[in-house]
Design a protein around this ligand. Structure first.
Ligand code: SF4
Length: 354
Protein backbone atom coordinates (compact mmCIF):
# COMPACT_ATOMS: atom_id res chain seq x y z
CA UNK A 1 0.00 0.00 0.00
CA UNK A 2 1.27 3.52 -0.75
CA UNK A 3 0.65 6.68 1.29
CA UNK A 4 2.07 10.17 1.33
CA UNK A 5 3.62 11.74 4.40
CA UNK A 6 2.34 15.32 4.35
CA UNK A 7 4.98 16.47 6.83
CA UNK A 8 7.93 15.38 4.69
CA UNK A 9 8.61 15.09 0.95
CA UNK A 10 8.45 11.32 1.00
CA UNK A 11 6.35 8.42 -0.15
CA UNK A 12 5.57 5.68 2.42
CA UNK A 13 5.36 2.13 1.11
CA UNK A 14 3.64 -0.42 3.37
CA UNK A 15 5.12 -3.59 1.91
CA UNK A 16 3.18 -6.31 3.78
CA UNK A 17 1.94 -7.32 7.20
CA UNK A 18 5.34 -8.68 8.13
CA UNK A 19 7.70 -6.28 6.33
CA UNK A 20 8.39 -2.80 7.66
CA UNK A 21 7.31 0.29 5.74
CA UNK A 22 9.76 1.76 3.21
CA UNK A 23 10.30 5.53 3.06
CA UNK A 24 11.09 6.89 -0.41
CA UNK A 25 12.19 10.50 -0.90
CA UNK A 26 12.91 12.24 -4.22
CA UNK A 27 16.61 11.83 -3.32
CA UNK A 28 16.37 8.10 -2.77
CA UNK A 29 18.78 6.03 -4.82
CA UNK A 30 17.70 4.10 -7.88
CA UNK A 31 18.21 0.92 -5.82
CA UNK A 32 15.45 2.04 -3.44
CA UNK A 33 13.15 2.81 -6.36
CA UNK A 34 13.89 -0.62 -7.83
CA UNK A 35 13.01 -2.21 -4.47
CA UNK A 36 9.79 -0.20 -4.43
CA UNK A 37 8.78 -1.28 -7.93
CA UNK A 38 9.76 -4.88 -7.16
CA UNK A 39 7.54 -4.85 -4.08
CA UNK A 40 4.63 -3.49 -6.06
CA UNK A 41 5.07 -6.17 -8.69
CA UNK A 42 5.10 -8.79 -5.95
CA UNK A 43 1.56 -8.04 -4.73
CA UNK A 44 0.34 -11.56 -4.30
CA UNK A 45 -2.46 -12.88 -6.47
CA UNK A 46 -5.58 -14.12 -4.69
CA UNK A 47 -8.47 -15.91 -6.32
CA UNK A 48 -11.54 -15.01 -4.29
CA UNK A 49 -14.49 -17.39 -4.59
CA UNK A 50 -17.60 -15.44 -3.68
CA UNK A 51 -20.51 -17.64 -2.61
CA UNK A 52 -24.09 -17.00 -3.68
CA UNK A 53 -26.63 -16.98 -2.21
CA UNK A 54 -25.19 -15.23 0.83
CA UNK A 55 -26.26 -12.54 3.29
CA UNK A 56 -29.73 -11.26 4.11
CA UNK A 57 -32.63 -13.70 3.92
CA UNK A 58 -36.28 -12.72 3.50
CA UNK A 59 -36.96 -13.05 7.25
CA UNK A 60 -34.13 -10.70 8.24
CA UNK A 61 -35.05 -8.25 5.51
CA UNK A 62 -38.66 -8.18 6.74
CA UNK A 63 -37.66 -7.74 10.39
CA UNK A 64 -35.44 -4.74 9.57
CA UNK A 65 -38.17 -3.24 7.39
CA UNK A 66 -40.65 -3.58 10.26
CA UNK A 67 -38.44 -1.50 12.55
CA UNK A 68 -37.75 1.05 9.79
CA UNK A 69 -41.45 1.41 8.91
CA UNK A 70 -42.44 1.64 12.59
CA UNK A 71 -39.92 4.47 13.02
CA UNK A 72 -41.43 6.21 9.98
CA UNK A 73 -45.00 5.72 11.18
CA UNK A 74 -44.71 6.55 14.86
CA UNK A 75 -41.39 8.34 15.00
CA UNK A 76 -38.65 7.50 17.50
CA UNK A 77 -38.35 5.88 19.86
CA UNK A 78 -39.50 2.46 18.71
CA UNK A 79 -38.59 -0.26 21.19
CA UNK A 80 -37.17 -3.59 20.05
CA UNK A 81 -37.09 -6.59 22.36
CA UNK A 82 -33.64 -8.19 21.98
CA UNK A 83 -31.42 -7.83 18.89
CA UNK A 84 -33.85 -7.63 15.94
CA UNK A 85 -31.39 -9.90 14.08
CA UNK A 86 -27.97 -11.11 15.19
CA UNK A 87 -25.79 -8.39 13.71
CA UNK A 88 -24.19 -5.50 15.59
CA UNK A 89 -23.94 -3.30 12.46
CA UNK A 90 -27.69 -3.66 11.81
CA UNK A 91 -28.56 -3.06 15.47
CA UNK A 92 -26.32 0.03 15.67
CA UNK A 93 -27.77 1.42 12.40
CA UNK A 94 -31.34 1.07 13.72
CA UNK A 95 -30.35 2.50 17.11
CA UNK A 96 -28.93 5.54 15.28
CA UNK A 97 -32.37 6.06 13.69
CA UNK A 98 -34.12 5.94 17.07
CA UNK A 99 -34.72 2.26 17.90
CA UNK A 100 -34.19 1.37 21.55
CA UNK A 101 -33.17 -2.23 22.22
CA UNK A 102 -34.41 -3.72 25.48
CA UNK A 103 -34.08 -7.07 27.21
CA UNK A 104 -37.60 -7.25 28.57
CA UNK A 105 -40.96 -5.55 28.13
CA UNK A 106 -40.90 -3.90 31.57
CA UNK A 107 -38.37 -1.45 30.06
CA UNK A 108 -40.99 -0.28 27.50
CA UNK A 109 -43.34 2.57 28.52
CA UNK A 110 -47.10 1.84 28.34
CA UNK A 111 -48.59 2.42 24.89
CA UNK A 112 -45.21 2.55 23.09
CA UNK A 113 -44.52 0.55 19.91
CA UNK A 114 -42.38 -2.54 20.51
CA UNK A 115 -41.05 -5.00 17.92
CA UNK A 116 -40.36 -8.68 18.68
CA UNK A 117 -37.24 -10.07 16.98
CA UNK A 118 -37.08 -12.32 13.90
CA UNK A 119 -36.21 -15.32 16.10
CA UNK A 120 -39.69 -15.50 17.63
CA UNK A 121 -40.82 -15.16 21.23
CA UNK A 122 -42.52 -17.38 23.83
CA UNK A 123 -46.31 -16.93 24.00
CA UNK A 124 -45.94 -15.17 27.34
CA UNK A 125 -44.32 -12.16 25.59
CA UNK A 126 -47.24 -11.03 23.36
CA UNK A 127 -49.58 -11.79 26.27
CA UNK A 128 -47.54 -9.47 28.50
CA UNK A 129 -47.48 -6.80 25.77
CA UNK A 130 -51.26 -6.92 25.57
CA UNK A 131 -51.62 -6.69 29.35
CA UNK A 132 -49.32 -3.63 29.32
CA UNK A 133 -51.26 -2.10 26.36
CA UNK A 134 -48.09 -1.91 24.29
CA UNK A 135 -48.31 -1.52 20.52
CA UNK A 136 -46.75 -4.88 19.62
CA UNK A 137 -45.31 -5.66 16.19
CA UNK A 138 -44.23 -9.23 15.59
CA UNK A 139 -41.16 -9.53 13.36
CA UNK A 140 -40.94 -13.31 13.89
CA UNK A 141 -39.87 -14.85 10.59
CA UNK A 142 -42.87 -16.67 9.05
CA UNK A 143 -40.66 -19.78 8.70
CA UNK A 144 -40.13 -19.77 12.47
CA UNK A 145 -43.87 -19.24 13.00
CA UNK A 146 -44.47 -22.30 10.79
CA UNK A 147 -42.44 -24.39 13.28
CA UNK A 148 -44.48 -22.92 16.16
CA UNK A 149 -47.67 -24.07 14.39
CA UNK A 150 -46.23 -27.57 13.90
CA UNK A 151 -45.39 -27.76 17.60
CA UNK A 152 -48.94 -26.81 18.54
CA UNK A 153 -50.40 -29.30 16.09
CA UNK A 154 -48.33 -32.18 17.55
CA UNK A 155 -49.24 -31.08 21.08
CA UNK A 156 -52.96 -31.05 20.28
CA UNK A 157 -52.55 -34.55 18.81
CA UNK A 158 -51.17 -35.64 22.18
CA UNK A 159 -47.62 -36.28 20.92
CA UNK A 160 -44.46 -35.77 22.94
CA UNK A 161 -42.29 -33.27 21.06
CA UNK A 162 -38.54 -33.32 20.50
CA UNK A 163 -37.00 -30.03 19.38
CA UNK A 164 -33.61 -30.40 17.67
CA UNK A 165 -31.72 -27.18 18.34
CA UNK A 166 -29.19 -25.30 20.45
CA UNK A 167 -29.94 -24.57 24.11
CA UNK A 168 -30.23 -20.89 24.91
CA UNK A 169 -30.73 -19.68 21.32
CA UNK A 170 -33.62 -17.18 21.20
CA UNK A 171 -35.42 -19.22 18.52
CA UNK A 172 -35.30 -22.32 20.74
CA UNK A 173 -36.55 -20.32 23.74
CA UNK A 174 -39.37 -18.93 21.57
CA UNK A 175 -40.36 -22.32 20.13
CA UNK A 176 -40.31 -24.10 23.50
CA UNK A 177 -42.32 -21.20 24.91
CA UNK A 178 -45.25 -21.91 22.57
CA UNK A 179 -46.27 -24.80 24.80
CA UNK A 180 -46.50 -25.50 28.53
CA UNK A 181 -43.28 -26.36 30.38
CA UNK A 182 -42.25 -29.96 29.82
CA UNK A 183 -44.16 -30.41 26.54
CA UNK A 184 -41.00 -30.02 24.44
CA UNK A 185 -37.67 -31.79 25.05
CA UNK A 186 -34.49 -30.36 23.55
CA UNK A 187 -32.09 -32.63 21.68
CA UNK A 188 -28.81 -31.00 20.63
CA UNK A 189 -26.59 -33.87 19.51
CA UNK A 190 -26.54 -37.42 18.20
CA UNK A 191 -25.59 -38.50 21.75
CA UNK A 192 -28.73 -36.77 23.11
CA UNK A 193 -30.84 -38.53 20.46
CA UNK A 194 -29.27 -41.88 21.36
CA UNK A 195 -30.09 -41.63 25.06
CA UNK A 196 -33.49 -39.88 24.82
CA UNK A 197 -36.14 -41.76 26.79
CA UNK A 198 -39.69 -40.99 25.59
CA UNK A 199 -42.84 -41.38 27.62
CA UNK A 200 -44.30 -43.51 24.80
CA UNK A 201 -42.11 -44.39 21.77
CA UNK A 202 -45.23 -44.66 19.58
CA UNK A 203 -46.41 -41.11 20.30
CA UNK A 204 -43.49 -38.89 19.37
CA UNK A 205 -42.85 -36.00 16.99
CA UNK A 206 -39.82 -33.90 16.16
CA UNK A 207 -39.34 -30.34 14.96
CA UNK A 208 -36.09 -28.42 14.42
CA UNK A 209 -34.54 -24.98 14.75
CA UNK A 210 -34.48 -23.29 11.32
CA UNK A 211 -30.77 -22.44 11.25
CA UNK A 212 -29.03 -25.75 11.95
CA UNK A 213 -26.42 -27.63 9.96
CA UNK A 214 -28.35 -29.64 7.37
CA UNK A 215 -25.95 -32.60 7.64
CA UNK A 216 -25.75 -32.69 11.47
CA UNK A 217 -29.52 -32.51 11.72
CA UNK A 218 -29.98 -35.32 9.18
CA UNK A 219 -27.73 -37.46 11.38
CA UNK A 220 -29.75 -36.69 14.53
CA UNK A 221 -33.05 -37.31 12.72
CA UNK A 222 -31.59 -40.59 11.40
CA UNK A 223 -30.91 -41.78 14.94
CA UNK A 224 -34.40 -40.78 16.13
CA UNK A 225 -36.09 -42.51 13.17
CA UNK A 226 -34.04 -45.67 13.68
CA UNK A 227 -34.98 -45.78 17.38
CA UNK A 228 -38.59 -44.61 16.98
CA UNK A 229 -39.85 -45.58 13.50
CA UNK A 230 -43.28 -44.04 14.14
CA UNK A 231 -41.91 -40.59 15.00
CA UNK A 232 -43.77 -37.81 13.16
CA UNK A 233 -41.75 -35.08 11.46
CA UNK A 234 -42.24 -31.99 9.34
CA UNK A 235 -43.84 -32.41 5.88
CA UNK A 236 -41.08 -30.19 4.57
CA UNK A 237 -37.78 -29.55 6.37
CA UNK A 238 -37.88 -27.05 9.23
CA UNK A 239 -34.35 -25.88 8.33
CA UNK A 240 -35.18 -22.88 6.18
CA UNK A 241 -34.39 -22.27 2.53
CA UNK A 242 -31.85 -19.54 3.37
CA UNK A 243 -29.84 -21.71 5.76
CA UNK A 244 -29.88 -24.61 3.28
CA UNK A 245 -28.85 -22.48 0.29
CA UNK A 246 -26.01 -20.72 2.14
CA UNK A 247 -24.62 -24.06 3.29
CA UNK A 248 -24.83 -25.45 -0.26
CA UNK A 249 -22.97 -22.40 -1.58
CA UNK A 250 -20.23 -22.81 1.05
CA UNK A 251 -19.85 -26.47 0.14
CA UNK A 252 -19.33 -25.36 -3.46
CA UNK A 253 -16.52 -22.88 -2.66
CA UNK A 254 -14.74 -24.65 0.24
CA UNK A 255 -12.83 -27.45 -1.54
CA UNK A 256 -9.31 -26.25 -2.35
CA UNK A 257 -9.79 -22.96 -0.51
CA UNK A 258 -6.86 -21.84 1.66
CA UNK A 259 -8.98 -19.54 3.83
CA UNK A 260 -12.74 -19.19 4.07
CA UNK A 261 -14.06 -15.94 5.52
CA UNK A 262 -17.64 -15.90 6.80
CA UNK A 263 -19.08 -12.48 7.58
CA UNK A 264 -21.41 -12.82 10.54
CA UNK A 265 -21.83 -12.54 14.28
CA UNK A 266 -20.66 -15.12 16.83
CA UNK A 267 -24.22 -15.38 18.19
CA UNK A 268 -25.65 -15.96 14.70
CA UNK A 269 -26.41 -19.67 14.47
CA UNK A 270 -26.54 -19.83 10.67
CA UNK A 271 -23.22 -17.93 10.36
CA UNK A 272 -21.46 -20.26 12.82
CA UNK A 273 -22.78 -23.24 10.88
CA UNK A 274 -21.28 -21.82 7.66
CA UNK A 275 -17.83 -21.82 9.28
CA UNK A 276 -18.25 -25.45 10.37
CA UNK A 277 -19.71 -26.58 7.05
CA UNK A 278 -16.88 -24.82 5.18
CA UNK A 279 -14.19 -26.54 7.24
CA UNK A 280 -15.80 -29.93 6.76
CA UNK A 281 -16.18 -29.34 3.02
CA UNK A 282 -12.45 -28.79 2.59
CA UNK A 283 -11.48 -25.20 3.49
CA UNK A 284 -7.98 -25.39 5.02
CA UNK A 285 -8.88 -22.60 7.44
CA UNK A 286 -12.10 -20.74 8.16
CA UNK A 287 -12.72 -17.58 10.15
CA UNK A 288 -15.89 -15.83 11.25
CA UNK A 289 -15.43 -12.06 10.91
CA UNK A 290 -17.87 -9.37 11.98
CA UNK A 291 -16.00 -6.71 9.99
CA UNK A 292 -12.85 -6.42 7.88
CA UNK A 293 -10.95 -5.32 10.97
CA UNK A 294 -11.40 -8.84 12.41
CA UNK A 295 -9.55 -10.58 9.56
CA UNK A 296 -6.64 -12.66 10.81
CA UNK A 297 -4.08 -11.70 8.14
CA UNK A 298 -1.68 -14.39 9.35
CA UNK A 299 -4.15 -16.95 7.98
CA UNK A 300 -3.86 -15.33 4.55
CA UNK A 301 -0.04 -15.31 4.41
CA UNK A 302 0.81 -17.38 1.35
CA UNK A 303 -2.85 -17.99 0.48
CA UNK A 304 -3.75 -18.27 -3.21
CA UNK A 305 -7.44 -19.12 -2.99
CA UNK A 306 -9.87 -17.58 -0.52
CA UNK A 307 -13.61 -18.04 -0.10
CA UNK A 308 -16.09 -15.45 1.11
CA UNK A 309 -19.69 -15.69 2.23
CA UNK A 310 -21.99 -14.13 4.82
CA UNK A 311 -24.68 -15.28 7.20
CA UNK A 312 -28.37 -14.50 6.79
CA UNK A 313 -28.19 -11.51 9.13
CA UNK A 314 -25.04 -9.89 7.66
CA UNK A 315 -25.53 -6.91 5.33
CA UNK A 316 -23.77 -6.92 1.95
CA UNK A 317 -21.96 -3.68 2.82
CA UNK A 318 -19.81 -5.71 5.26
CA UNK A 319 -18.94 -8.23 2.53
CA UNK A 320 -17.87 -5.29 0.34
CA UNK A 321 -15.75 -3.98 3.20
CA UNK A 322 -13.93 -7.32 3.41
CA UNK A 323 -13.35 -7.38 -0.36
CA UNK A 324 -11.89 -3.86 -0.18
CA UNK A 325 -9.53 -4.92 2.62
CA UNK A 326 -8.42 -7.97 0.61
CA UNK A 327 -7.83 -5.81 -2.47
CA UNK A 328 -5.59 -3.47 -0.46
CA UNK A 329 -3.21 -6.36 0.18
CA UNK A 330 -3.69 -8.74 -2.73
CA UNK A 331 -4.16 -8.69 -6.44
CA UNK A 332 -7.71 -10.08 -6.17
CA UNK A 333 -9.51 -11.92 -8.91
CA UNK A 334 -13.16 -12.48 -7.98
CA UNK A 335 -14.96 -15.62 -9.05
CA UNK A 336 -18.71 -15.70 -8.40
CA UNK A 337 -19.89 -19.18 -7.44
CA UNK A 338 -23.67 -19.22 -7.69
CA UNK A 339 -25.52 -22.36 -6.63
CA UNK A 340 -29.00 -20.87 -6.87
CA UNK A 341 -31.11 -17.74 -6.78
CA UNK A 342 -33.65 -16.64 -4.20
CA UNK A 343 -36.81 -14.64 -4.68
CA UNK A 344 -38.59 -15.22 -1.37
CA UNK A 345 -40.45 -12.27 0.12
CA UNK A 346 -42.65 -12.15 3.18
CA UNK A 347 -45.62 -9.86 3.76
CA UNK A 348 -45.30 -7.03 6.23
CA UNK A 349 -47.81 -6.54 9.09
CA UNK A 350 -50.88 -4.76 7.73
CA UNK A 351 -50.68 -1.99 10.34
CA UNK A 352 -47.45 -0.82 8.64
CA UNK A 353 -48.63 -0.99 5.05
CA UNK A 354 -52.20 0.38 5.36
S1 SF4 B 1 -32.57 -17.61 8.53
FE1 SF4 B 1 -34.43 -18.60 7.74
S2 SF4 B 1 -35.79 -18.78 9.49
FE2 SF4 B 1 -34.18 -17.30 10.06
S3 SF4 B 1 -35.06 -15.33 9.51
FE3 SF4 B 1 -33.92 -16.04 7.72
S4 SF4 B 1 -35.47 -17.09 6.43
FE4 SF4 B 1 -36.30 -16.88 8.49
Amino acid sequence: MISFDNTRPILVLHLSQTQPSLLVSPNSSSQVWRKMLGSLAKKQQLRLKLAAPRGFCAGVDRAIQIVDLALEKWGPPVYVRHEIVHNRFVVDSLAAKGAIFVDELDEVPAGAPVVFSAHGVPKSVPAEAERRTLLALDATCPLVSKVHVEAERHFEAGLEIILIGHAGHPEVIGTMGQLPDGAVSLVETVADATRFVPRDPARLAYITQTTLSVDDTAEIVGVLKARFPQIAGPHKEDICYATTNRQEAVKAIAPGTDVLLVVGAPNSSNSMRLVEVGRRAGAKAAQLVQRASDIDWALLEGAHIAGLTSGASAPEVLVEEVITALKARFDVEIEDVVVGTENVQFRLPRVLTA
